[in-house]
Design a protein around this ligand. Structure first.
Ligand code: PMP
Length: 401
């Protein structure tokens, strides 16, 4: 029956993990997957998460369905986390929000809602490069996906002139996807001054900003600082859409906790949009999962757990920043690796675009058992005190050829 179904290409990131698993060398390192690892290379369960689970267990919870838009304690707390407790939208209740199947689900709900109701066409601009799934998510929702320049491959920094000219030249009324912080895959973020300019030109060209915030807290260690772009846009009077994920900042990857929200004009508009979000979601998955939502909302609404969580997020961010500094020093000073490596330190968040080329990354896999995407993106979280010397030495050899 299924002769018409062609084999699709494997997922590029998951393919790396398969090759890593098949490698029997004790030296092997997996820098492909975007999940935090602790100082000994192990998955990390946050202490705030463990305590929240104890509180939940002690409350003897049932397993009834959640409402279509999820656990209200979670969605309220998620808007406070993103927009800030002092945001007029939070105070006035002018945010339409729903729980989502993590960040991917939030993007997918947003894409479906905008495809149905955005009045000015179905065009979205993504940065080049962007997280690989963005294109598929928006295409599957019926959008025409276009690009705006983002990474300057020569400096491995932001191509700000290219970005400005592409956003100014974009079709007015289009949607623009912005990574709120810790841009994936590059680790290159605009400065606050650059965000102010982006906000102005998004306004000037009447674009609609859709923020993807999958790493709040993970970039700088401060959830407030990482929300700068979102809050600045809102304070400048933009109406925005926002996808949030608790996968990285709470280590709740497989629990699939997130939120999708839209700022709206008033209570009457909110009521209309809330009703349509339910109509979008109901035939997709009816209602969201409960356990992760309970964990995240317990942490966000319990002051002691919240404080502990903030310390742990900062701990994760700091460990990554420390690995960036170590790697830079080893490459530049210990191994005198040809080239300029400052970008390793200036990039932010889970990922780094190293500038390694496909021949160099395949040499690293074959000769040194080190796995990363072919275009040289590494997950900094995969590095630790036990493997960073070997990694730097191997990179240096690959670059020297
Ligand atoms: N957006 C970006 C930019 C991401 O990097 C990720 C995770 N890799 C996501 C969204 C979504 O992740 P999740 O669905 O696990 O929350």
């Amino acid at each position: 029956v299924w002769n018409n179904v062609p084999a699709g290409p494997p997922d590029p990131i998951l393919g790396i993990t398969e090759r890593f698993k098949a490698d029997k060398s004790p030296l092997k390192i997996n820098l492909g997957v975007g999940a935090y690892r602790d100082g000994s290379g192990k998955p990390y369960v946050l202490s705030a998460v463990k305590k929240a689970e104890e509180i939940i267990r002690a409350s003897n919870p049932d397993h009834e369905y959640l409402p279509i838009t999820g656990l209200p304690e979670l969605t309220n707390a998620a808007t406070v986390l993103a927009y800030g407790a002092n945001s007029p939208h939070v105070k006035n209740g002018t945010i339409s929000v729903t729980q989502s199947i993590s960040g991917t689900g939030a993007l997918r709900i947003g894409a479906a809602f905008l495809a149905r109701f955005w009045p000015r066409g179905k065009v979205i601009y993504l940065p080049t490069p962007s997280w690989g799934n963005h294109q598929a998510i928006f295409q599957d929702a019926g959008f025409e996906v276009r690009q705006y320049r983002y990474l300057d491959s020569k400096t491995i920094g932001i191509d700000f002139e290219g970005l400005k000219s592409d956003l100014l030249g974009a079709e007015p009324g289009s949607i623009v996807l912005l990574h709120a912080c810790a841009h994936n895959p590059t680790g290159v973020d605009p400065t606050e001054a650059q965000w102010r300019q982006i906000s102005d030109l998004v306004k000037e060209n009447q674009l609609y900003p859709f923020f993807d915030m999958a790493y709040q807290g993970f970039a700088s260690g401060s959830t407030d600082r990482d929300a700068f772009a979102v809050r600045h846009f809102v304070s400048e009077g933009h109406q925005i859409a926002l996808a949030q994920s608790f996968a990285k900042n709470m280590g709740l990857y497989g629990e699939r906790v997130g939120a999708f929200s839209l700022t709206v004009a008033d209570a009457e508009e909110k009521a209309r949009i809330d009703s349509q979000l339910k109509i979008v979601i109901r035939p997709m998955y009816s209602n969201p999962p409960l356990h992760g939502a309970r964990i995240a909302s317990t942490i966000l609404t319990n002051p002691e757990l919240y404080a502990e969580w903030e310390t742990e997020v900062k701990g994760m961010a700091d460990r990554i920043i420390n690995m960036r500094e170590r790697l830079y020093d080893e490459l530049t000073h210990t191994h005198k690796t040809p080239g300029e490596w400052g970008h390793i330190k200036s990039q932010i968040g889970m990922f780094s675009y190293t500038g390694l080329t496909p021949p160099q990354t395949s040499a690293l896999a074959e000769k040194a058992h080190i796995y990363m995407t072919s275009f040289g993106r590494i997950s900094m979280a995969g590095l630790n005190n036990s493997n960073i010397d070997y990694f730097a030495e191997s990179v240096s050899k690959a670059v020297k050829g």
